[in-house]
Design a protein around this ligand. Sequence first.
Ligand SMILES: Cc1cc2nc3c(=O)[nH]c(=O)nc-3n(C[C@H](O)[C@H](O)[C@H](O)COP(=O)(O)O)c2cc1C
Length: 244
Amino acid sequence: MNNRYILYLCFLMYFLCTFHIVPAQELEPIKLLEPDKSRGLPFMQALAVKASAREWSDKELNLQDLSDILWAANGLNRPEEKKTTASSAMNAHDVDIYVFVQKGVYVYNIYNHELEPVLKGDYRSQIMMTRPPRPTDSAPRPAGDPPSTDLAKAPPPPPPASNPPVQMILISDSERFPRGSKELRYEWGAIDAGIISQNISLFCAATGIKTRPRASMDREKIRTLLNLTDTHYVFLNHPVGYAK
Ligand SMILES: Cc1cc2nc3c(=O)[nH]c(=O)nc-3n(C[C@H](O)[C@H](O)[C@H](O)COP(=O)(O)O)c2cc1C
């Protein structure tokens, strides 16, 4: 190997490490555990204690809790019909749950109850909004929709009081709907994401795990990191963790 080749390799390694461009293949898929369907408060009691959190312990979520929350959010509950705990327009399953943890970013595969690797590296703090939102921070609306409020004038959202170990991002891929105008696909995606969000909140209420549905996040950063196209809408995020 000549010196120039070694120098080139060193430069390449430096570039990859500095910019955290490490192939997702280095992350293994996470096989989730069978959901424990017997846990949690009775439904009405869960509703009675449902509340959004602002503080989390930085303790990692254990695998059973992670498995159960994802199944509750949008897991297959009638596999023979490919149907899930969250209803979805045309049963299109347009919403993906991206899971940001310390090791990297994964996406929940509802069909085999597994987390598929997307990106290696800790991006949790980068996707939280730490500056005043810009007009482009809202999920892009289809043409013809009323303009959104002037986000640029809005005060910055309160920063999270602590760092949750898991960030779940709900993203609709409107191409999965077999038909419908752009406006309708946007609307269905937003509703589908809302249903999953409420499943997450209710599971957490029932089990004492802490979460909060949040619209504020750095959408531009998320779109770039996840290589999203203009058929994707980034709707909500859910920090998840244990009580501080
Ligand atoms: C669509 C949606 C967007 C939200 N966005 C944010 C947000 O960006 N930041 C935040 O701190 N809370 C956010 N929340 C949480 C609400 O502030 C919270 O749900 C509300 O205060 C009611 O409190 P509760 O969830 O405890 O009932 C959002 C909730 C919803 C449903």
